[in-house]
Design a protein around this ligand. Structure first.
Ligand code: SF4
Ligand code: SF4
Length: 627
């Protein structure tokens, strides 16, 4: 769907992704300022904001990391504007310092922070529940369970943020962010329709905006009472009760889990159940829950990941002296993403009912079917410049070398045949881990520490780590895999990109200005030059930085496709191919396949993006441009 549809002023029914519904909700709320760093599953929010910003008169930027995005929005909110940031759950770790320090300082213009959790770690290094963060920071968190609610609650979040002067976290999960559903849109305010940018004004209030202990102590107590008041005054509207009012069994669910509960109950033909949908898991609304507690004997709480509602509900029942039996994680899995099947199993076991479907049989049939398809190992794209970079690093540095790496599509070099990723932890950690390893290991000839980091990650958190390593006299090679974009999340610009930035920053200039002991820029499409640069760097001591620069192949090819241009395709000359398999076993472009009958390699022309890397790698010059 074109993002333009999101700014149609007429209320209508649209089929929207959860993330698109959030964008529309923010526009209907009259958003003024947006800043974010991309992170799946939240990235579409940033993409849409960037593409619509000029037409609707909002300021939108790709910030270098989530902390900076959060603080930029805080500044805008304190200037009286409506501000929003979006991030993935691990992005909140980066912004956590700002969140914890500013939570009690409150907001002026509405400030909403969308945080997208990724249960099951579909595209993340860990699994976290942002609702725990909300509790930790004592910040109200609301959670939609459908795209319609994503729109409605985003709008509501701005109203609450302004009414109570507090940040509101809007939590989604991968399933909701990327689910499409019918959404009835509302009206856009005149300022959005006319595309008029509002200007804010910061009014000084040092007793509130300066986090000296004497201010922070007072603000903490004041903010706690604000959160309590919000729960008391608004809580009833954040719990929806449904189902059989006479039922003695209750189910409380939130977010996507609510949909699974409805589906499971339908499968199982169970209707004698009272259901409470929780739209604000923190602070948990007390009065509507007391109502359900007093009418049922047993309750099952179905929530994804941590027992956030369960613990609050048990405390509430204890404080109110209510004798209702409350269950949750003793039936519902705590790890990974929920599904209708998992929820159905939990409900069946809780209610001592039989399941209408034999899930074990279905699962074994599924396994049988998927075993028929040949396994496709995860790999870098055809023509990815950094396949060449990793290949050259492996050739130059002995296999005994250590390869700390980072978060991005290049983490795929963990897999064979490249196998040039020994560690990844979080954004920017390649450099600090390399520093730690090099400072704690004894020097051995031919054993180098060669770290790799992408350009966007370098700007995100790599720069402070590099400053630390240089200032502490560290000793390792850093290869910056510069593809001119933030590829993994959908090609958003970063400060080093040639497109989409007001002023481009140079990675090599930054490294030189910081005092790196050796800096060189190479073209990864020339494999020998990268190999030579790594070999040369191995003869130097200190922090050595090599910038391997070439645009992301996926972006280059999609731009060419859009412009109707063609590109060279390579082929294997069967007369010259010896079947040595170097192109497959050491290099591994997914376009290169093996012909079992002929015992020769061949190139799938549909997949070849014409980089010529394989031709440089083949020891027998058997790969050539197709005529
Ligand atoms: S590296 Fe060259 S010779 Fe060896 S299998 Fe591939 S195409 Fe054939
Ligand atoms: S030229 Fe070779 S390495 Fe490059 S995309 Fe085509 S097959 Fe892959």
């Amino acid at each position: 769907m074109s993002e333009r549809i999101l700014i149609d002023p007429n209320p209508q029914k649209l089929l929207l992704l959860g993330n698109e519904a959030i964008v529309r909700g923010a526009l209907e709320a009259g958003l003024d300022f947006f800043a974010a760093y991309p992170g799946t599953p939240s990235s579409e929010i940033l993409d849409a904001m960037l593409s619509l910003a000029d037409s609707v008169g909002i300021y939108a930027e790709v910030s270098v990391n989530e902390k900076i995005a959060f603080e930029s929005c805080l500044g805008a909110s304190w200037s009286g504007l409506r501000a929003m940031t979006s991030m993935k759950h691990v992005g909140l770790n980066v912004a956590a310092d700002s969140l914890m320090s500013s939570a009690a300082m409150g907001t002026r213009g509405g400030f909403v922070s969308v945080v997208a959790d990724d249960p099951n770690m579909w595209s993340s290094q860990n699994e976290q529940d942002t609702r725990l963060f909300a509790k930790f920071a004592n910040v109200p968190l609301i959670e939609p369970s459908s795209p319609q609610e994503a729109l409605d609650l985003t709008k509501r979040a701005f109203e609450l943020s302004e009414k109570y002067g507090t940040l509101i976290i809007l939590r989604t999960t991968t399933r909701l962010s990327h689910t499409r559903g019918d959404v009835r849109t509302g009206f856009l305010p005149q300022k959005i329709i006319e595309g008029k940018r509002r200007v804010g004004e910061f009014k000084k209030d040092p007793s509130r905006f300066v986090s000296l202990p004497q201010n922070s102590r007072r603000l903490k107590v004041e903010h706690a009472s604000v959160v309590k008041r919000l729960e008391k005054e608004e809580g009833a509207s954040f719990i929806e009760l449904e189902g059989d009012e006479e039922a003695k069994v209750g189910i409380i669910a939130s977010g996507t889990a609510y949909g699974y509960v409805k589906e499971a109950l339908e499968w199982m033909g169970l209707s004698k159940v009272r259901i409470a949908k929780v739209l604000m898991p923190y602070p948990l609304p007390r009065n509507p829950l007391k109502e359900i507690f007093s009418n049922v004997d047993r309750i099952l709480i179905v929530e994804e990941l941590e027992p956030v509602i369960e613990e609050q509900a048990k405390l509430l029942a204890f404080e109110e002296g209510m004798r209702v039996e409350i269950h949750g994680k003793d039936f519902v899995p705590r790890d990974f993403e929920l599904s209708p099947e998992k929820v159905a199993k939990a409900i069946a076991s809780f209610m001592k009912k039989d399941l209408p479907i034999d899930f074990e049989e279905l699962e074994s049939k599924g396994k049988e079917a998927s075993s028929l398809a040949p396994p496709v190992p995860p790999t870098l794209c055809p023509a990815c410049p950094h396949r060449n970079t990793f290949y050259a690093i492996r050739k130059a540095a002995s296999p005994r070398s250590i390869f700390p790496s980072d978060i991005g599509c290049y983490t795929l070099a963990f897999f064979p045949p490249l196998k040039t990723v020994d560690t990844t932890v979080d954004m920017g950690a390649s450099i600090s881990i390399a520093h730690g390893i090099s400072r704690s290991s004894k020097e051995e000839k031919g054993k180098a520490v060669v770290a790799t980091i992408g350009d966007s990650t370098f700007f995100h958190t790599g720069i402070p780590a590099l400053a630390n390593a240089i200032a502490n006299g560290s000793d390792f090679i850093l290869v910056v895999l510069d593809n001119g974009t933030t590829a993994m999340t959908g090609h958003q610009p970063n400060p080093g990109s040639t497109e989409g930035t007001k002023r481009r920053l140079s990675i090599e200039d930054i490294a030189r200005a910081m005092g790196a002991d050796y800096v060189e820029v190479v073209d990864p499409y020339d494999i020998k030059s990268v190999e030579a640069a790594v070999r040369k760097a191995m003869d130097v001591r200190g922090v050595r930085v090599i910038v391997a620069r070439r645009d992301c192949a996926l972006k280059v090819i999609s731009d060419k496709r859009r412009r109707g241009e063609s590109w060279n395709v390579y082929r294997v000359n069967e007369d010259l191919c010896t079947g040595c398999k170097v192109c497959i076993n050491a290099y591994g472009c997914p376009a290169i396949k093996w012909n079992r009958d002929k015992r020769k390699a061949y190139i799938d022309p549909e997949l070849c993006w014409g980089c010529g890397g394989c031709a440089q790698v083949c020891p027998y010059n058997a790969i050539e441009v197709m005529k």
